[in-house]
Design a protein around this ligand. Structure first.
Ligand code: ZN
Length: 254
């Protein structure tokens, strides 16, 4: 038998599915979990916003509890349980969060109360947060190079996985501080650090309505897209009398 070639570094191989911003969209969530079950993942991590916008908040919380090893909190989760103000929410988001608060079971309400704001895996050099590493509880966005640069300064680990904007993007910072942004798939460079937005399962906003999630391995990140029955989700949203604007946007991914 041949001896395998020597390993380049001492990082043990790993593969995690990263899901975020499910927003009560059960059809999208089930389709993503079905796709994840066909990958050889060690664990599923959920970056928050399980609820808000969509018609199945309880079913999505139940499924996240059952299928993810880690769940952290998003702003809509906190808004639904009264932990954060909704002044900055647009009117549609506000209407949806009021409906969500009334719909959440006591048990799921209590579960969301206990969900942490962030999580670190020092051994894998992975940091999980819904919005930004700089001020997680302020729910800021990282939408441009300046905001990325500001937040790279606060990375406690080499990899920071985020959601919140619903726009998937891979941001890479090299040792001289230069930041590049990528889409789709990227192999990691040993001397770079990363802020990776895995996009949204339940309400993508990058013009692509397919559900989005991330697959991170020791040497690469891949953003995957999954089709689901959008019409079925829309039908449920209309039945629940959620704002028509929210019903229509999931079909266009905006
Ligand atoms: Zn969200």
């Amino acid at each position: 038998m041949k001896t395998p070639p020597p390993k380049k570094n001492n990082i043990k191989p790993f593969c995690y599915a990263i899901i975020s911003d499910i927003h009560g969209n059960l059809e999208a969530f089930e389709a993503v979990l079905e796709a994840v079950s066909r990958e050889n993942v060690d664990a599923v991590f959920c970056l928050g916003d399980l609820v808000g916008y969509g018609p199945n908040p309880n079913e999505c919380v139940d499924l996240a509890r059952e299928r993810s090893q880690i769940v952290i909190a998003g702003n809509h989760d906190w808004a639904a349980i009264g932990y954060t103000e909704t002044d900055y929410f647009n009117i549609y988001a506000k209407v949806a969060i009021m409906w969500t608060s009334e719909t959440l079971t006591q048990e799921n309400h209590e579960f969301l109360e206990k969900v942490p704001l962030l999580k670190r895996f020092n051994d894998k050099s992975i940091f999980l947060v819904h919005a930004t590493p700089k001020e997680p509880e302020q729910w800021h966005y990282i939408l441009n190079y300046n905001e990325a640069e500001e937040n790279f300064a606060y990375l406690p680990d080499r990899f920071c996985l985020i959601g919140h904007s619903h726009v998937p993007v891979i941001m890479e910072r090299n040792s001289s501080g230069k930041i590049n942004a990528y889409r789709g798939r990227l192999f990691f460079n040993n001397d770079c650090s990363y802020i990776i937005n895995v996009g949204s399962v339940g309400q993508p906003r990058d013009g692509n309505p397919l559900a989005s999630y991330g697959l991170i391995q020791h040497d690469r990140i891949e953003i995957k897209r999954v089709p689901y029955n959008i019409g079925k989700t829309q039908e449920k949203m209309r039945k629940a009398e959620l704002p028509e604007y929210l019903v229509e946007r999931i079909a266009v991914g905006r």
